[in-house]
Design a protein around this ligand. Structure first.
Ligand code: GLA
Length: 741
């Protein structure tokens, strides 16, 4: 009875306060947030709701949106509008962005526009819409950032409980967008360990297609929190309307694409609501991660270049700093090394022109020596048997050879066979009374616990303060969450685990970056398990995949670079036969592929045949002189997609911003019948400039292009293109294009 009375009271209040009062038709108030080329438009009509109206090319006049009236929803007295941040409970029938259980038990949230503020600062327009649930207790601020030059937008919300009781947030997405087209095609990225970032494009049919992770950690191993949506047609490289999106969050995420009964497409992006209800006490605020998106009127090429520009400026710890060429010890030595093996590797690396030596897994643990993945993880003391003279000895040796030094850690995890697990069982994510599931023989530390955060911070701080010459850290994370829960959190807070884990991680990253801004950090999670714009602002690069097979990398790096920039795409030359695929590939092919990203080596240098050492040295020198600058700051133009080319070819080009220099990479991915050669049309050059074409990384006298050494104008290279003689699987070619005045 009391409950019923409460409901009646609420209903009465609603009528009296007229929170969404209806009156005579007034013009809509129009709000727009723009970048140089694109625009988001919202309106507020007579019912007080903030309505999403438009995302697309920038319009010179948005006044016309004031007249917009939508038709009623079928069989309903409500207009069929899409709110800027749709909430559940009254007048919205699709998947909502926000749903809550209010303190009084009501499931309804109805947000009305209160206020809009915006300010421009250093090339970023920041707009904030304040929305209020006038009966409930929530104040929602919808933030929009418009990165002017990069044509990238970011959206997120802060949700504040202004009431007296607790509110339980059930879903709290970061962003909502809506589109109307004849067809919708979604490109997304799927995979697994050693096979991350495969590209799939599919037509969206009525219903909901979702891309998500429920793994908590290592969340981008099987699906990446990013996509390209093409309107009307499958995505093309240089034409068509495309939207690219990426969620800046390293935990569970969900991107949902709903084609509804009216054939509109609604897109929600944010933290995955799965088992993640989050309680807000009175006065508490919840801030969601940013969802980044960009619009292109001329195909996915622009989507990628916008993201790359944005990432270099805002989405990576350092975006435009040239990276050293490194040798990582993993595939060359695995756990099986001693001082001599490592110093020999350094000597050989230095001979090749390598600039940084990275000591991977296996250097720590004494009671439980880390000689395999079965023990020692968590015990971050130097293994005295393998390395009796310690880390400093290795650093000194590296320095004497002109190399910088880097080291591997995996501080979020622990082997049950470790001193850490013996000392602090309460720090481990448990499954009380049930079997503990190990992955790669390891368990997860409970980063929701501030003591664990302190421990993880200390692992890094101790290393970097003891050895100030450590230049680079590879931060790994080799399992995901299966048993969920935290001995630290209260029973009623257990569902906070997913969010609080990542917040704990970011807290540690924040401290590291405050104290060690100059250390290079690589994000690794069994390869590409943490490739997301939530973690990347703390990192300089990511380990793309444990699969270093060059042919596989042609595909993976193609897909990765649709969203993430080449400068951050760690790409290593490894041994042949490849350790993952067993494929036998020419050294040239392996170099030519690795050089299109952040070049490194991951092999025992002694395994490079003596007769190929000169080629390896020359390729590394070429990278330094010509290519590194373009990988770091250039624009990527994809010329032939390995996914779409029926003739087994792939090609892409990196072009200096002023178009005075470019490097073209071309690969043959399979056998081609006689006479089939790729003609590559060089998009991205200046039509009016003239370019000399020079082939580099050559292994013999044979030219891959008969016109090599000659001068062509940009218009010719774009329209006519060049036909390349790369026909057998693993043939490849690299050309420089330099402006001739
Ligand atoms: C993960 C990483 C590898 C390597 C190993 C070491 O698999 O992705 O690159 O560092 O761990 O154990």
């Amino acid at each position: 009875m009391i409950r019923f009375l409460r409901w009646v009271l609420m209903a009465l209040l609603a009528v009296l306060t007229g929170s969404l009062a209806r009156g005579a038709a007034q013009p809509n108030r129009v709000y727009q947030v723009s970048t140089a080329e694109t625009q988001l438009v919202y309106t507020v009509g007579e019912d007080g709701r903030l309505i999403f109206r438009y995302y697309g090319p920038r319009l010179s006049n948005t006044d016309q949106f004031a007249r917009w009236r939508s038709y009623n929803r079928p069989d309903c007295n409500r207009e069929a509008n899409y709110e800027a941040y749709p909430s559940f409970g009254l007048g919205y029938v699709n998947e909502p962005a926000l749903s809550v259980v209010n303190a009084n038990g009501s499931l309804i949230t109805e947000l009305a526009f209160e206020d809009y503020q915006q300010h421009l600062s250093e090339g970023v327009m920041h707009g904030v819409f304040t929305l209020l649930d006038q009966i409930g207790s929530l104040r929602v601020q919808l933030h929009v950032e418009a990165y002017q030059e990069e044509d990238v937008m970011a959206q997120w919300v802060t949700i504040e409980n202004q009431g007296k009781g607790k509110v339980s947030l059930q879903r709290f997405y970061s962003s909502f967008l809506n589109f109307r087209a004849n067809d919708y095609y979604l490109t997304h990225f799927y995979g697994t360990w050693a096979g991350e970032m495969n590209c799939a494009e599919e037509r969206l049919e009525p219903g909901i297609k979702s891309i998500e992770s429920k793994k908590g950690v290592r969340t981008t191993q099987s699906e990446n929190a990013s996509f390209i949506l093409s309107l009307d047609h499958p995505a093309q490289e240089n034409s068509g309307r495309c939207i690219g999106g990426a969620l800046a969050w390293s935990g569970n995420y969900k991107l949902s694409f709903e084609v509804d009964e009216r054939d509109y497409l609604s897109l929600l992006a944010g933290i995955n609501p799965f088992m993640s209800a989050y309680t807000l006490d009175r006065g508490e605020r919840f801030e969601t991660p940013k969802f980044l998106f960009t619009y292109s009127a001329d195909g996915r090429g622009t989507v990628s270049r916008n993201f790359h520009d944005w990432a270099r400026r805002y989405g990576l710890h350092t975006g435009t700093k040239e990276r050293p060429i490194l040798l990582n010890s993993w595939e060359g030595a695995y756990f099986d090394f001693d001082e001599q093996i490592l110093t020999n590797m350094m000597d050989d690396a230095a001979e090749l022109g390598v600039e940084l030596f990275v000591l991977d897994d296996g250097w720590f643990g004494n009671k439980y020596p880390r000689n395999s993945a079965t023990m020692g993880l968590g015990d971050w003391q130097v293994n005295e048997k393998k390395l009796p003279r310690g880390i400093q000895y290795l650093i000194d040796h590296a320095t004497s050879k002109g190399l910088k030094f880097g080291i591997w850690i995996e501080p979020e995890m622990v082997n049950p066979k470790s001193e850490l697990a013996e000392r602090h069982p309460e720090w481990i994510v448990p499954s009380p009374g049930r079997e503990q599931i190990t992955m790669r023989n390891q368990l997860l530390l409970d980063l929701t616990n501030p003591d664990v955060q302190e421990f993880v911070w200390n692992v890094v701080d101790k290393l970097l303060s003891t050895y100030p010459d450590i230049y680079y850290i590879k931060w790994d994370a080799n399992r995901h969450v299966e048993q969920v829960g935290s001995p630290y959190l209260l029973p009623e807070e257990q569902m906070h685990f997913w969010v609080d884990y990542i917040r704990g991680l970011y807290r540690v990253y924040d401290r590291i970056r405050a104290k060690y801004p100059d250390v290079m950090l690589q994000a690794c999670a069994s390869g590409g398990g943490r490739v997301d714009y939530g973690s990347l602002p703390y990192h300089d690069e990511f380990w793309t995949s444990d699969n270093t097979d060059a042919l596989q990398r042609v595909y993976m790096q193609y897909a990765t670079n649709l969203i993430y920039p080449p400068v951050a795409t760690a790409s290593h030359v490894s041994a042949s036969p490849g350790h993952q695929t067993g494929s036998i590939t020419p050294l040239k092919f392996r170099f030519d592929v690795a050089m299109s990203g952040r070049l490194g080596l991951e092999l025992q240098p002694k395994d490079i045949p003596a007769e190929e050492m000169a080629f390896a040295r020359e390729a590394i020198a070429n990278y330094k002189t010509h290519i590194r600058e373009l990988v770091t700051k250039g624009d990527l133009y994809r010329l032939i997609s390995p996914y779409e080319c029926t003739n087994n070819h792939a090609a892409n080009m990196l072009v200096r911003k002023d178009k005075s220099k470019a490097v073209l990479f071309a690969y043959c991915t399979g056998f081609n019948r006689r006479g089939i050669r790729p003609t590559v049309h060089l998009h991205g050059l200046d039509a009016s400039k003239r370019y000399r074409i020079t082939e580099i990384n050559k292994t013999g006298k044979r030219k891959a292009f008969w016109g090599e050494g000659h001068i062509y104008d940009g218009a010719y290279l774009r329209q006519v293109g060049i036909e390349l003689q790369i026909a057998r699987q693993y043939d490849s070619a690299v050309f420089l294009l330099e402006e001739v005045k």
